[in-house]
Design a protein around this ligand. Structure first.
Ligand code: PBG
Length: 356
């Protein structure tokens, strides 16, 4: 290539005490002795030096559940994603296990009549996600069930917490989330994923789980969750978009902040979270990197509904190949230090990975 001209010789760099493997110190004109393209010359060579790999075990598959039997209902804003009745969700669990996907995250499409001010359907032991969890756990498959802890699929105002006056009341919400957590643990949820962003909820949930004997229920906290436009299609999928009054900016984080994410994650770990999550994913890879480097705890990224929809729709419009864009985006999470990714692409990506 014409832009790879030998550079003029420069004075030798000063001898430094840092490792000679520190490639950022290669400042001299080392070409043609050094040709980075040699390591890219063939597929096998690229695979041999790849710094990151992605496997189906890195993927958590979010699934939307609805009432009924043998029902599959397309989510208009998320081409390729469907709401599934419990029997169909069980089929997806079998498929996931076969593909090597370690866990599913279940979200309910709650009947509008069951949505109330206080979101009490959240702690009905017979609610949709509890029944779906039991059905999946009864199969005995080697697969984990992750359940969101938050009130938004159950409230008539679409907020994750209790609305008192015009405020999302933190401490009253925690009491409700604790009830929801216990009901979900009782139903057999393996991982509770509080996605509500109330202060102090991880500690309260952990204490309640311990005193009720659920010592092994994991908590994956949505620790750094931003107030994001990218959740739009999800709210359509769970049917809460028509209900949501206002926005979630008094509890979800300001996209302007990064130190605040570190503080939120530190708190959730101190309060008893086993794993943490950053959400959304691709626009927040800097946060994934900072969190994974700072804390060295399992750090997950959520490639949210809007990110999924962007990729699928851009591919449909002929902008690029869907599979290629999908794999590149998923690899970006691994490169940023994520232990795993919650993604609606999970089965599609796992199928592709298993072909290789
Ligand atoms: C609800 C919740 C949301 C998502 C996961 N849990 C939406 C929100 O906070 O409004 C978003 C997931 C996605 O967009 O894919 N607490």
């Amino acid at each position: 290539m014409s832009d790879r001209k030998p550079r003029a010789p420069k004075p030798a760099p000063p001898v430094s005490s840092t490792s000679s493997r520190d490639s950022s110190r290669l400042t001299r004109g080392d070409y043609p002795a050094i040709r980075p393209r040699r390591n890219r010359k063939a597929n096998w060579a690229r695979r041999m030096v790849a710094e990151n790999v992605i496997t189906p075990a890195d993927l958590i598959w979010p699934i939307f559940v609805l009432e009924g039997v043998a029902k599959r209902e397309p989510v208009a804003s998320m081409p390729g994603v469907e709401r599934l009745s419990i029997d169909q969700a069980v089929e997806s669990a079998r498929e996931a296990a076969q593909l090597g996907i370690p866990a599913l995250a279940l979200f309910p499409y709650t009947d509008p009549e069951l949505r109330t001010d206080d979101g009490r359907e959240a702690f009905n032991p017979e609610n949709l996600v509890c029944r779906a969890t039991r059905a999946i756990k009864q199969t005995g498959l080697d697969i984990g069930v992750v359940l969101d802890v938050a009130l938004d699929p159950y409230t008539s105002h679409g907020h994750d917490g209790l609305l008192i006056g015009d405020e999302i009341a933190n401490d009253e919400t925690i009491a409700a989330l604790v009830r929801q957590s216990l009901v979900q643990a009782e139903a057999g949820a393996d991982v509770l994923a509080p996605s509500d962003m109330m202060d102090g909820r991880i500690g309260a949930i952990r204490t309640a789980l311990e005193s009720a004997g659920y010592h092994n229920t994991q908590i994956m906290s949505y620790a750094a969750k931003y107030a994001s436009a990218f959740y739009g299609p999800f709210r359509d999928a769970v049917g809460s978009s028509g209900f949501l009054k206002g926005d979630k900016r008094t509890y979800q984080m300001d996209p302007a902040n990064t130190d605040e994410a570190i503080r939120e994650v530190a708190l959730d770990i101190a309060e008893g979270a086993d794993m943490v999550m950053v959400k959304p994913g691709m626009p927040y890879l800097d946060i994934v990197r900072r969190v994974s480097e700072t804390f060295k705890v399992p750090t997950f990224a959520y490639q949210v509904s809007g990110e999924y929809a962007m990729i699928v729709r851009a591919a449909q419009a002929g902008c690029f190949d869907c599979d290629k864009a999908m794999m590149e985006a998923l690899m970006a999470f691994k490169r940023a230090g994520a232990s795993g990714i919650l993604t609606y692409f999970a089965p599609r990506a796992a199928r592709l990975l298993n072909q290789d």
